[in-house]
Design a protein around this ligand. Structure first.
Ligand code: THU
Length: 539
């Protein structure tokens, strides 16, 4: 059964947490560690992720951990034979790539070029790795004279086609890209075919903003397909839709920066949807990792951490948040390339019980298990190349209906000879005990006085009873009912003084006030009923 309605899956692009065991196969070093590296910079901040439990992950204990984690934490290991964005995201979505995406340091083989020429009816210039800006200066004029297309690649798995917009209209160029995409499959399944249109005169050619990427479709179904097929939403933020070639996406919000990505995600949290919100924050990688900018990376991480503190309160009861990454890109090593690293995994939600009691928490899990976890949260049957790790949920052991029953019974005892308005309250305490949750209910009723001001409300009489017994004071909720002569016809919300007493003993963000009007139940957090409450932390 689905426990969670919305999963926010946020990829901090390139936030590795230490060299993976197979780092040497990828030409990397044992001391590659993206997060550790940026933590040395004065701009680095990590309060929010530390509170969620990042410092409980193996290899990240240098971060320190205050108390128990507020998340399920793991260290993920990538199995795919690539350390690129696509293989990382695909694996998180349940698809392991057995082979790295092909690269062409000597240009594309003739069978590919011949097939491309045949399909387009045009010749091909270049066919080798090249810098995009240089190659158009070098071959632009020849391209104009002959109509041949400039085909080139880079160190990445890309097939790029440059053409002058006056010679090949952009729509035509996009069509050529689609043709190339059909040819470049199987062992020649390059990550992206890219249209690179340019304009201008010989000696002064410039590229236009009409660049377009045509990504490789995932060769097998991913969790995105499974969630979409189950009739739910799959909302991509940033380059997610591009990475999956649009497959399994129901709504896409392309963004240009981390700031924009975070803003869009915060907006989506205010919206009602059912399914997955899959976010990629790319600046970490593109603006800082690849540019070996340690300070920039540290500052961007601090900004994310501060944003996260504002995002967490937006999460609702049946939401889950996952923070992870797709690969590393240590900005402090010599290369500007990605690094083969472990990545962090944090799963947080009001209903989700952190893995505090597992003696060896925060240890390794295959990256593909992320997809199994996401699908399990949403009640979708799919594991892909991952396997399921059952998530433990926090269920209110005492259902709200039962708590209301207690309040109704307590109301019968009300002493209200002056107002005849009888009120009953049932206060719920919950305590985690040996992997279980033990609950306790204390009831109260109103107790009036001939000197009216000496009257005690039902809620406060319940609190007084609980506090004066051997209560553990882990208050989770209070149900309140009331009505003239004990007949419930409307909600009986707590008075201001009772709200202030709740503020004293309860967590305003999580403590719930449960109201009942004889027909329906309404619940509020204390923070909603007493905004900007004054508490002991001020003194
Ligand atoms: N009352 C409560 O018990 N709780 C509240 O929060 C509001 C008011 C009682 C006090 C009094 O006996 C009666 O309702 C009418 O004010």
């Amino acid at each position: 059964m689905a426990e969670i309605k919305r999963v926010f899956l946020i990829i901090l692009d390139s936030l590795g947490i230490g060299a993976a065991p197979d780092y040497a196969d990828f030409g990397d070093c044992r001391d590659n560690d993206t997060l550790r590296r940026i933590s040395m910079d004065p701009a680095f901040r990590c309060e929010t992720v530390r509170r969620l439990g990042m410092g409980h992950i193996a290899g990240v204990t240098w971060m320190g951990n205050y108390g128990s984690p507020q998340s399920i934490v793991y260290r993920l290991v990538e199995k795919s034979r690539g350390k690129d964005t696509t293989s990382g995201h695909w694996e998180l979505a349940g698809l392991i790539s057995e082979h790295p995406m092909p690269t062409y340091p000597d240009g594309f083989p003739s069978e590919i070029i011949e097939a491309f020429k045949k399909a387009t009816g045009r010749g091909v210039l270049c066919n080798k790795p090249a810098s995009g800006t240089q190659i158009i200066q070098e071959l632009g004029q020849k391209h104009i004279e002959t109509g041949d297309l400039i085909v080139y690649t880079s160190a990445d798995s890309v097939f790029q086609i440059a053409a002058h917009e006056d010679i090949v209209p952009v729509e035509q160029l996009y069509e050529y890209c689609r043709m190339a995409r059909k040819i470049l499959v199987g062992e020649h399944g390059v990550g992206r075919v890219i249209a690179r249109p340019f304009i201008g005169e010989n000696g002064n050619f410039t590229r236009t903003a009409n660049r377009r990427d045509f990504s490789l479709e995932p060769p097998k179904p991913t969790m995105l397909d499974a969630i979409k097929d189950a009739g739910m939403d799959v909302v991509g933020v940033g380059k997610i839709s591009d990475i999956f070639a649009g497959r399994g996406i129901t709504e896409s919000h392309p963004t240009h920066s981390n700031d924009e990505g975070m803003a869009v995600t915060a907006e989506l949290a205010q919206r009602d949807f059912h399914g997955l919100c899959f976010v990629n924050l790319v600046d970490f990688d593109s603006s800082y990792g690849h540019r070996n900018d340690v300070s920039g990376y540290a500052k961007a991480f601090a900004e994310f951490d501060a944003w996260l503190a504002t995002f967490l309160p937006k999460l609702k009861e049946d939401d889950a948040l996952i923070i992870t990454a797709d690969h590393g890109c240590d900005p402090g090593d010599e290369s500007t390339d990605h690094t083969r690293e472990y990545v962090p995994f944090l799963l947080h939600g009001k209903k989700i019980i952190p893995n505090i009691r597992t003696p060896r928490f925060g240890l390794n899990r295959p990256m593909a298990d992320a997809s199994a976890i996401v699908c399990d949260l949403l009640g979708v049957e799919f594991a892909g190349d991952g396997s399921l790790v059952p998530v433990k949920y926090r269920h209110p052991p005492v259902r709200y209906e039962a708590l209301i029953e207690c309040a109704i019974t307590a109301m019968q005892g009300a002493y209200a000879p002056y107002s005849h308005y009888k009120v009953g309250a049932a206060l719920l305490e919950e305590e985690e005990f040996q992997d279980d949750i033990v609950s306790h209910i204390t009831c109260g009723c109103n107790m009036e006085n001939a000197s009216y001001g000496a009257t005690i409300c039902a809620e406060r009489s319940a609190f007084a009873r609980a506090i004066s017994s051997d209560s553990k004071r882990k208050f989770k909720a209070i149900a309140i009912v009331g009505g003239k002569d004990g007949v419930i016809t409307d909600f009986a919300p707590p008075c201001g003084i009772c709200r202030q007493v709740m503020q004293e003993f309860c967590d305003p963000e999580t403590f719930r006030v449960i109201l009942y009007n004889g027909k329906e139940i309404k619940t509020h957090t204390l923070a909603e009923l007493l905004p900007l409450g004054f508490g002991g932390d001020k003194l």
